[in-house]
Design a protein around this ligand. Sequence first.
Ligand code: FMN
Length: 173
Amino acid sequence: MQNNEALEIIFTRHTVRHFLNKPVALELLETICRAAMSAPSACNKQMWQFVITTKREELDAMIEFLPNAKMLASAQAAITICGDPAEDFGFYWQQDCSAATENALLAAHALGLGACWCGLYPREERAAATAKFLGIPENVIPMAILAIGYPDPTVGEKPKDKWKPEKIHYDHW
Ligand SMILES: Cc1cc2nc3c(=O)[nH]c(=O)nc-3n(C[C@H](O)[C@H](O)[C@H](O)COP(=O)(O)O)c2cc1C
């Protein structure tokens, strides 16, 4: 394997669901959004929007309607990634947002933070409840919420080895 800083970040990123009680500076959350916005997008339409949440009571309140995001209880921040479909190329908004989400996860890891991608859309009830809670306009769709914080080292969450050479097909399947 090649020795390379960017690849090291990619290979060691993993989901973190247990966080320290240590605030995350807004500047870092904005850097994560900047990384997300550096993602490729269909026809460069950048069909994404971001909502940063840092208030403890808001993070706790979201758990009430997001049973899949219980780790928000120890997270210090959340970034909700929303699709804002363009009139043309709108059908690619999920791909745009997914590319942005992965960039955000990698940036969080590179900054020494941990994060968990919690799915919203296409789970209509989760997307609708999140949109209502965050005051997201009708034409904008929350796709994922990222729980973010400094990883709790005592829990020992680790990257998984997912290398499966049999998943690669050469020339023909
Ligand atoms: C589309 C998508 C939705 C996900 N939704 C959730 C979720 O709702 N709650 C959760 O705890 N993890 C969620 N995850 C995180 C996955 O469980 C995690 O990425 C997977 O187990 C692989 O682990 P790793 O990220 O450490 O490699 C989601 C990941 C993706 C890509």
